[in-house]
Design a protein around this ligand. Structure first.
Ligand code: SAH
Ligand code: F3S
Length: 476
């Protein structure tokens, strides 16, 4: 059977989509190739959020096509996902080696398209139309060999709960590439979580472009709880799951019901991603974000009142059109006030057909670079102190598997989403355990398994900070 290699750019939703496409292809008899050089089909699942992400995928495709001409002449090449959606047929026209373009609502049909291409039933295929119900098609997981009883093969899994976004922030291309908001049903999502828990999965991350808007139109508020909080309640009841995370939310979705859920649901970990984008009310309005800085700070305060140890991370854009020194100073001050655990700092990138792309006063590139560096330095400095404060403390971690940095050690995550590397044995994988933090590294804590459980509630989790300079759209 033909072999496939999929390379993924961008956010966790793209990772999840690639996994679902892989699972779908494996079910049709395709095999997964270990590298693009050994594959009959190479698919790039793309990101459009910033120009850099698009340029990377385009450059990669050029090199894959170039190599295949010499070494693998029959190789099939396809673009999937957001850039496929936004550029469509122009990708085939501009790159003669591209055979397939699959938009975000057609990903579940990738197998049919490949079958047609390989059997030469169709020539080049470009499919970027809308498809009703496509949000429910991101449901296949790669076959996991573990079980709840033996060591699990996978401890943490992504579950897609909704697709699309109606917020239309003026800088953002996502509403165009992912379409309008479409949610899956609660029973469908709970069923997927149950099956994952049955295979040994201990943690789920609920995914969507704006998860807090989940089911807003379809599921009425019940007993003061929004559809999203009702979903959290339902997933919380799944036996075998230990932890629930979600991303990406919108600050406007942090109503009292969600804040209260952090206090009420022990599986909902102390970690909140709260995209701020800017600390200037003037810019927040131009960005169409729908909140003021004061309202945003109020959410952080209320979350910390319920869970003092909660880890708060954010996304910030520097260099949005018209951003003055004054506006930028507001953003720096907002960071001083919140003291984020982690911030993804993005340089503003003009995206086609977005309102911000044609706004006046586009900020010069060198100013963007300068502000980006300044903000990163500030956030990193704030982070260092928090890292060090954790040394000597005991934190609860969920053990995920061998460390990515050193396979002789294990790696787990704190409830507030920080990686901890420690010496352990394979039997620890999938377990929730306490670890004493011995020292810190960059974005990594080093620990020793604790003999005495100092705080069984798990509330002893420390807060770690740090900024990440994002190159791809890699999230969290
Ligand atoms: N809710 C979505 C957001 C996607 S965009 C999700 O995470 O799935 C992620 C982040 O990219 C945004 O929060 C924003 O900070 C940044 N971003 C979006 N458009 C951008 C642009 N045109 N230039 C720079 N950064 C951008
Ligand atoms: Fe983009 Fe704003 Fe939605 S950042 S994904 S339009 S909430």
């Amino acid at each position: 059977m033909p072999s496939v290699f999929i390379k993924t750019y961008g956010c966790q939703m793209n990772e999840r989509d690639s996994e679902a496409v892989s699972a779908q292809l494996v079910a049709r008899g395709y095999t997964l190739a270990p590298s693009e050089a050994m594959a009959d089909v190479v698919l790039l699942n793309t990101c459009s959020v910033r120009d850099l992400a698009e340029q990377k995928a385009l450059g990669k495709m050029r090199s894959v096509i170039g190599n295949s001409r010499r070494a693998r002449p029959g190789q099939i090449h396809g673009f999937l996902g957001c850039m496929a959606q936004s550029r469509g047929a122009e990708l085939v026209e501009q790159m003669p080696g591209v055979d397939l373009v699959v938009g975000t609502q057609k990903l579940h049909r990738t197998g049919e398209y490949l079958d047609d291409l390989l059997a030469r039933r169709r020539g080049k295929i470009v499919e970027t139309g809308d498809e009703e119900g496509s949000q429910s098609e991101v449901r296949d997981h790669l076959v996991l060999s573990g079980s709840a009883e033996t060591a699990p093969a996978q401890v943490s899994a992504f579950v897609s709960i909704m697709q699309g976004c109606n917020q239309h922030c003026t800088f953002c291309i996502v509403p165009a590439t992912r379409g309008g908001e479409r949610s899956r049903s609660i029973p469908e999502i709970v069923d997927e979580c149950r099956r994952l828990a049955g295979r040994g999965v201990r943690e789920v991350t609920l995914l969507g472009q704006i998860v807090t808007s989940f089911g807003k139109r379809e599921i009425p508020v019940a007993e003061g709880r929004s559809a999203f909080v009702q979903l959290l309640d339902a997933v919380h009841a799944v036996d075998g799951l230990e932890r629930i995370r979600f991303t990406s939310p919108h600050p406007k979705g942090y109503g009292d019901d969600l804040i209260e859920a952090f206090g009420r649901l022990p599986k909902l970990v102390e970690s909140a991603h709260l995209p701020l984008q800017s600390g200037s009310d003037r810019l927040l309005k131009l960005m169409h974000r729908g909140y003021t800085l004061e309202r945003y700070l109020g959410i952080v305060r209320r979350l910390r009142a319920v869970k003092p140890s909660i880890g708060v991370s954010t996304d910030i854009i520097v260099g949005f059109p018209g951003e003055t020194e004054e506006d930028f100073a507001r953003t720096m001050e907002a960071c001083d006030e919140v003291l984020f655990d982690m911030a993804y700092v993005f340089k503003y990138s003009q995206r086609r057909d977005t309102p911000a792309a044609t706004m006046e006063d586009q900020v010069p590139q060198e100013t963007i670079e300068e502000r980006h560096r300044k903000l990163l330095d500030r956030i990193n400095a704030q982070g260092m102190a928090k890292y060090e404060a954790l040394v000597g403390r005991t934190v609860e971690i969920l053990v995920e598997g061998p460390s990515h940095r050193n396979a002789a050690r294990l790696e787990g995550r704190t409830r507030c989403n920080k990686i901890v590397v420690f010496p352990g044995s394979p039997r620890h994988v999938g377990r929730v355990m306490d670890v004493r933090i011995e020292r810190t590294g960059t974005f990594t804590l080093y620990g020793d398994p604790a003999i005495v459980n100092l705080d069984p509630s798990g509330d002893d989790d420390g807060v770690v900070t740090g900024a990440v300079e994002t190159v791809g759209m890699s999230h969290r």
